[in-house]
Design a protein around this ligand. Structure first.
Ligand code: PLP
Length: 466
């Protein structure tokens, strides 16, 4: 969908060129293939409004990924900008160390405690999702040290999990290619299999697959010794690892094993919180989990400003908040923990979500998106359509019967995304996958439009593969 631009083309071309020159020479982009980056150039996204973003040349696209799973309330919310500006001019920053605080941090903490499962009442602020997971692990280790169980150190994670890229979060991340040639803190982490119903062993029922995964955890506990395991960390639905929905019963059975073995449960809700699955937090409401810690980021501020948080249970806080003795402090935190401008943005974001009933919108429209995306299964390359509500993924294959993948050189995920973008829709390619994680303000009409674009895009790619 190209929208006529009222800007002089030669001007925008030269501006785009100037931006690209600076960018390519100086900006180290995250997760970018530098073998093609310089030749390909960049789409310079310069403007946004509601469900749309526009590039510097005036081309407008439907945002099918909410920025990067985060712009949940949609783009260009003046109210959020105003709340940030008001806070920035009143008091942009002051320390929250020791006995200092600010109004938005206190207000947001109470608000999050009211939205989270009842026992999670204590909030530790970070600058994003990776740091929230890092903090969660540090606090878990500290907790066990404090209660006289210092040998409880191992964190159980899963293959294909994504928990971020700070040193610890990268180690928790089980996507092997992410850590290629990077060092990791291996001695701290042990990986279970991911829960991948689509690629479960041939002939195994979903129920038997669940038994198998739970059995693997049981065996691992025996091998490592419960006395050496501190926590199990999981995304309720794995996101970047391929939007993997676990089999029925998996979450509560894994939680039960944690409880039986004094293993804490950290649920990484960086993607699944703030409406994407139809609730502010999905742990309890969708998956029947009562985590010791929930980490979140992204939708917490709808990406308007960097912000993350670790929500800590009352029982953990009882230990963390107990003085170590005279002068002892909980010696961890960031300059920007509880940043007033970030917290003001998050408060306004939550106010909008409540006022516009965005969780309820997802409960209504989410199943429609699922159903409509599933109509794309007739395409030759679409092997699986999976996910939940506004967290969806299509897996491209060479053979639907066997699930065999197309060769990497076919760049099938990339090509589908490119075709979609030419038709005015941005979705995310990850290898042979296409991920769709829209702002929460899509309605049925937009979904119909998006599915029509995807239909044409898959047809074009299938045709070109013949
Ligand atoms: N956890 C999950 C589940 C994520 O998807 C992400 C980012 O995509 C992170 C953690 C890391 O968050 P950030 O990039 O804000 O550090």
């Amino acid at each position: 969908m190209k929208h006529a631009s009222n800007v002089d083309d030669s001007n925008t071309d030269s501006q785009a060129h100037a931006v690209w020159e600076k960018d390519k020479n100086h900006f180290i982009h995250p997760f970018t293939d530098f073998s093609t980056f310089h030749q390909q150039g960049c789409d310079i996204i310069s403007d946004s409004d509601g469900i749309y973003v526009s590039d510097i040349k005036g081309n407008r696209f439907i945002d099918g990924i909410a920025g990067l799973w985060c712009v949940n309330v949609g783009h260009g919310r003046k109210e959020i900008g105003d709340a940030m500006a008001e806070q920035a001019t009143r008091m942009a920053y002051f320390s929250t160390f020791n006995n200092l605080t600010n109004i938005p941090a206190a207000e947001l903490s109470a608000k999050l405690a009211s939205l989270a499962p009842a026992h999670l009442n204590h909030i530790f602020y970070t600058c994003g999702g990776s740091t929230a997971n890092d903090v969660a692990v540090r606090l878990v280790h500290y907790y066990f040290n404090r209660i006289g169980k210092p040998e409880k150190k191992k964190i159980i994670s899963r293959k294909n999990a994504y928990h971020g890229t700070t040193y610890m979060a990268a180690t928790l991340t089980g996507i092997e290619s992410n850590n290629w040639m990077f060092d990791t803190l291996d001695s701290h982490v042990s990986y279970l299999s991911e829960a991948n119903c689509y690629r479960r062993p041939a002939g195994m029922s979903e129920a038997a697959y669940c038994d198998h995964l739970v059995g693997e955890f049981e065996t691992r506990i025996t091998e490592l010794g419960a006395d050496n395991i501190a926590a199990f960390i999981m995304e309720p639905i794995m996101g970047a690892g391929g939007v993997l929905v676990a089999p029925e019963g998996y979450h509560t059975r894994m939680q039960a094993l944690c409880r039986q073995n004094d293993i804490l449960l950290i649920v990484d809700e960086v993607v699944t919180a703030f409406g994407r699955l139809g609730h502010f937090f999905s742990s309890e409401k969708v998956f029947g989990l009562t985590p010791d810690i929930i980490t979140c980021a992204k939708g917490l501020s709808s990406g308007y400003v960097p912000l993350g948080a670790a929500l800590i249970s009352d029982s953990l806080y009882e230990v963390l908040g107990t003085p170590q003795g005279k002068g002892g402090v909980l010696s961890t935190g960031f300059t920007y923990s509880g940043h007033p401008v970030s917290c003001a943005a998050a408060l306004k974001n939550i106010e909008i979500m409540e006022r516009e009933a965005l969780c309820e919108n997802i409960q209504r429209v989410g199943p429609y998106l699922e159903t409509q995306l599933k109509t794309l299964k007739h395409h030759a390359t679409v092997g699986d359509v999976r996910g939940s509500n506004f967290m969806m993924c299509l897996e491209n294959v060479a053979n639907k019967e066997t699930g065999e993948l197309l060769p990497l050189e076919a760049r099938v995920g990339d090509r589908v995304a490119e075709e979609a973008q030419q038709r005015g829709l941005i979705i995310r390619p990850v290898g042979h996958l296409n991920i769709i994680s829209p702002p929460l303000i899509w309605d049925e009409a937009i979904i119909d439009n998006v599915v029509a674009i995807l239909d044409a895009s898959f047809s074009a790619v299938t045709e070109s593969l013949k």
